[in-house]
Design a protein around this ligand. Structure first.
Ligand SMILES: C[S@@+](CC[C@H](N)C(=O)[O-])C[C@H]1O[C@@H](n2cnc3c(N)ncnc32)[C@H](O)[C@@H]1O
Length: 256
């Protein structure tokens, strides 16, 4: 997908400078907005999608519509954790059992909701790296996180990468937890903003080879999420952890 970076209309000079820097960081062309509509700017540059940046946030202009980066319940979940509320209402946290100072590798970053929550859970001494195969989603999440009014968001390091390739290049036992939330095969009601993930996300299921690499890279555990009834967990030979009655999501954890 041909991507470029631009700004919101009437952008402040600081926003223009930040957008230029972001374009350079992601090796994308920068398009001065020049009072043009997003459609005109994209057409002029032959871009299929535009990453639109301002101090208020990051959006993606695609298929004629602008969608804001929105990690859904991720911000609420992160704030709840910051307030010290118990994590039993957060199945991801409950299954992951994260502790302060841990290093987490999220192999399926998506909109970075789980990565944001993980960044709060591991705290300033911890580390969260998120891998995302889709360049548009990776850059959108990186720029959205950079603009979120939550300091933990700055602790998520986004890498545009295929998890299988990235894991193969990592040393043994180099992250405490490696987690995966692959695309579900059966679409269910999803949070707002998730249509972007459905449109752009890598639909491949987690392969046994990638899971084996994750086991090698993990010091403490590998966590895999699936939709009920857990066909993918069964395919991978994993047993789901007990879940709440009526839960739509299942987790399996492989402890090292
Ligand atoms: C269901 S979403 C993850 C949502 C995420 N847990 C969140 O909190 O926003 C799955 C994401 O994983 C990405 N993905 C799938 N396979 C991947 C792979 N092999 N390497 C990197 N990213 C991958 C997809 O592109 C998609 O964005």
């Amino acid at each position: 997908m041909r991507l470029a970076v631009t700004t919101a209309l009437a952008a402040r000079p600081a926003d223009v400078a930040a957008a230029r820097e972001a374009a350079a960081r992601h090796a994308l062309p920068f398009l001065p907005r020049e009072h043009r509509s997003l459609a005109a700017a994209a057409a002029g540059a032959g871009a299929e999608a535009l990453l639109v940046l301002s101090h208020r946030g990051a959006t993606l202009f695609l298929d004629g519509a602008e969608r804001r980066w929105d990690p859904g319940m991720g911000v609420l979940r992160a704030r709840r954790l910051l307030r010290g509320e118990r994590d039993t209402r957060d199945p991801f946290l409950e299954a992951a059992g994260l502790r302060p100072g841990e290093a987490v590798l999220d192999g399926t970053l998506g909109l970075a909701a789980d990565a944001l929550v993980a960044a709060v859970a591991v705290g300033e001494a911890g580390q969260v790296v998120g891998l995302e195969a889709s360049p548009a989603l990776a850059f959108l999440a990186a720029e959205g996180l950079a603009r979120l009014a939550l300091p933990a968001a700055r602790r998520v390091e986004v890498r545009r990468a295929d998890a299988a390739e990235a894991l193969a290049a990592l040393p043994d036992r180099s992250f405490d937890l490696v987690c995966f939330d692959p695309m579900f095969r059966h679409a269910r009601a999803q949070p707002p903003g998730f249509d972007l993930v459905r449109r752009l996300g890598d639909p491949r299921p987690l392969s046994p080879e990638t899971l084996a690499e994750a086991r090698r890279v993990a010091r403490r555990a590998v966590l895999v999420k699936d939709g009920t009834p857990g066909w993918d967990l069964a395919r991978l030979g994993l047993t789901p952890l007990p879940s709440a009655r009526g839960a739509h999501r299942l987790y399996a954890r492989i402890d090292r």
